[in-house]
Design a protein around this ligand. Structure first.
Ligand SMILES: [Mn+2]
Length: 351
């Protein structure tokens, strides 16, 4: 009998911060990329890393893939990234930093190009799983954001982060802070631990203007959001003795408020401010059709170890999923059927 041994490589750190810094110093043209549909941490990470490399005299280009929230554009300031698909990566690139992901599935448009240059790639990430297998990578799942993982690398590059007056618009510190703030829900999530606050303190000490950044990133919705919110609250139903709220938005609501699916961000959260509410559900259908979108939110327990509703499991019942406190699903049927089905599921989850 023969034993076949197959090494399944773990997704973990293989390089030191100094090793990554040395590779940056040895590069002529660094390309910085991140996952498709980049969020605040992805954009913040690419900006911080490219700006740090440039401050050490290394030519750096950022390439972003897919749509992203228009408010994040304000972080770019003078930066002019390349966008994929559409433009091609520069030919003379000799080092590629892949940030905030280690999964080929999140690198759809650049994946095949990156695969041909795998020995030029380094990875920096804070996610638990990945399959890109770059030889030099730093994976720190204890970090709240990828920008936090970048700190020791940027320091090893010889870049100072604490100098007062260096944290303004378009700075390395601002980009690092943007990733840290957005990935921790502005320091509310459990990932916002003492190390996160201490890093935030350093960055604010460098001059990062958190109030301006908050306004720039979080208070930029279109007026249409208020119209949709008013309609959602107007038809809200309490279920399970007021411990859950169900809101409905039909195609008519979207037409009359001139709103679109993008204007929905945050609407599902409105009932969560009510003390007795454990779960909020928003059922939306932005144009006539058979597929209704469920958005579900729940609160963490009121006391450590106490009761809470796992909305990921609730969403699973409808073929969807997500996280414990934020999930979604798609429902085929009429709005009345959708409303009856979610009401029944909520009453079961909140006996
Ligand atoms: Mn992240």
């Amino acid at each position: 009998m023969t034993m076949t041994t197959r090494t399944v490589e773990k997704y973990e750190t293989t390089a030191t911060a100094q090793r990554i810094a040395d590779r940056v110093h040895g590069a002529r043209h660094l390309l910085v990329v991140t996952h498709d549909r980049p969020d605040g941490d992805a954009i913040g990470s690419t900006l911080a890393f490219a700006r740090a490399a440039r401050s050490r005299g290394v030519h750096a280009t950022i390439m972003l893939t897919g749509p992203f929230d228009p408010s994040l554009r304000t972080l770019l300031v003078d930066e002019q990234p390349l966008f994929a698909p559409g433009s091609n990566p520069p030919e003379d690139v000799d080092l590629i930093a892949v940030l905030d992901t280690g999964a080929w599935s999140q690198l759809e448009h650049l994946g095949s190009w990156l695969r041909t240059r795998i020995d030029q790639c380094v990875g920096v990430d804070h996610h638990r799983t990945g399959d890109t297998g770059f030889a030099d990578r730093i994976v720190d799942v204890s970090s709240a954001s990828c920008t936090q993982v970048l700190i020791p690398i940027i320091q090893a590059m010889g870049v100072r982060l604490d100098t007062p007056g260096t944290g303004g618009a378009g700075s390395i510190a601002e980009a690092l802070f943007a990733g840290l703030a957005t990935d921790t829900g502005w320091f509310r999530f459990s990932s916002a631990d003492a190390a996160v606050f201490s890093l935030a303190s350093r960055l604010i000490g460098a001059g990062v203007q958190k109030d301006r950044l908050y306004r720039q990133l979080e208070e930029t919705a279109r007026p249409q959001r208020m119209g949709l919110l008013a309609r959602a609250l107007g038809n809200m139903k309490w279920v399970a003795n007021g411990r859950a709220a169900v809101m409905i938005l039909s195609p008519e609501d979207f037409t009359q408020s001139s709103g679109s699916a993008e204007d929905l961000a945050g609407v599902v959260n409105a009932p969560m401010t009510i003390g007795q509410v454990e779960v909020s559900a928003l059922l939306s259908l932005n144009e006539p059709g058979p597929t209704i979108k469920f958005s579900l939110r729940s609160k963490p327990p009121a006391i450590a170890g106490g009761f809470f509703v796992d909305v990921n499991r609730l969403a699973n019942e409808f073929g969807g999923g997500g996280h414990v406190h934020a999930a979604g699903a798609k429902f085929k049927g009429t709005m009345a059927e959708a409303s009856a089905a979610i009401t029944k599921a909520l009453e079961r989850a909140l006996p």
